[in-house]
Write a protein that binds this ligand. Structure first.
Ligand SMILES: [Zn+2]
Length: 62
């Protein structure tokens, strides 16, 4: 099984996400952001977790 290798040693837990530390501002509410779960691209607006959630629900909800 291909999935067996994937789960090896992790006991069903997801591997910890790498947090990128820095100093950004949310493009929406202006809140300070000190870490992100992904590498931010300089030509894209960065949103805090709250605004991310909002945007996501906006996108999927009608
Ligand atoms: Zn925000």
């Amino acid at each position: 099984m291909a999935f067996e290798k994937f789960n090896e040693g992790s006991q069903g837990n997801f591997p910890p996400r790498e947090m990128v530390k820095g100093n950004w501002k949310c493009a929406d509410c202006g809140k300070e952001i000190t870490e992100l779960p992904f590498e931010p691209s300089p030509d894209r607006p960065i949103y805090c977790r709250d605004c991310w959630g909002k945007k996501r629900t906006q996108k999927f909800g009608r």
